[in-house]
Ligand binder design. Structure first.
Ligand SMILES: [Mg+2]
Length: 270
């Protein structure tokens, strides 16, 4: 029976230049592989060693990229290793099978959202009136499922984020702040539900997971074993769970460590 490896991508396996967090002297920095180009510029990286490890994970397990990115944002990433049969985008709103969205899965998700939380339009309207143009650079809607803002982190008032989180909570939504992006996502829109569906379809008997943000908490809790890096919302809030290892590594080196752990656990006889 296969092992399922469901991993968040941004700031878990792949890193923007701003998120690399390299601390060694430049002459001893690891060689980096660019895995995403956006508007003709390099955007995301992993270490060369991590690229090799990901290839090995892809051979040893069913590797499922599990991201909050839209399908379009996901599809411009060029990961090393065998192509993934399954990928989870839009925080579980889209399940790609051989690169094509599973319409039945998407319909099931939207039906659940309609019944269990406030509509996107209400959240969108609230953000439009309450977010200050002083620190908001962009208002975005992702896949007609959730909203996010691109913000100036240094100018973003912490209290406003806390107030928004309470407002959202009362409407069945959750708020997550990751780098320059502030996400408002319906609570029933989860990575874990989509991962469970992939586990069912593949007959996997062991699920491994990794993630760095609050939107990854349910993914980690649903896995048999998981890892989180030493940076990010989960690390900053001291989030912990019995089957989840809190790694000390930060930045792009955490990605390498996570892949090493995936590989070790995938190859351990069960
Ligand atoms: Mg992440």
């Amino acid at each position: 029976m296969p092992v399922l490896v469901a991993s968040d991508l941004d700031r878990t396996l792949i890193y923007s230049a701003a998120a690399l967090a390299l601390t060694m002297p430049d002459a001893r920095a690891p060689r980096l592989l660019c895995v995403e180009v956006h508007e003709s510029r390099p955007l995301s990286y992993m270490t060369e060693t991590a690229a090799q490890l990901l290839t090995e994970v892809g051979d040893a397990a069913v590797f499922v990229p599990t991201t909050t990115r839209t399908r379009k944002q996901y599809q411009r990433i060029n990961l090393p290793g065998p192509p993934s049969k399954y990928a989870i985008c839009a925080n579980g709103g889209h399940l790609l099978v051989d690169g094509v969205t599973d319409a039945e899965w998407h319909a099931r998700v939207t039906e659940r959202l309609a019944g269990e939380c406030a509509p996107l339009s209400e959240v969108q309207a609230h953000l439009a009136v309450s977010a200050d143009p002083l620190w908001v650079r962009k208002h975005r809607i992702a896949e007609d499922l959730f909203a996010y803002l691109v913000v100036e982190r240094e100018l973003l008032p912490e209290d406003w984020v806390k107030e928004l989180a309470v407002w959202a909570e009362n409407r069945g939504w959750t708020v997550s702040l990751q780098g320059r992006k502030l996400y408002a996502v319906p609570k029933p829109l989860t990575k874990s539900a989509a991962v469970r569906e992939v586990a069912r379809r593949t007959g996997a008997d062991l699920t491994l997971a990794a993630g760095d943000s609050l939107l990854d908490a349910d993914l980690l809790l649903a896995a048999d074993r998981g890892w989180r890096p030493g940076h990010g919302e989960l690390a900053d809030s001291g989030w912990a769970a019995p089957a989840i290892s809190a790694l000390p590594e930060r930045g792009v080196l955490a990605g390498e460590r996570i892949l090493r752990e995936f590989l070790k656990a995938s190859r351990t006889p069960r």
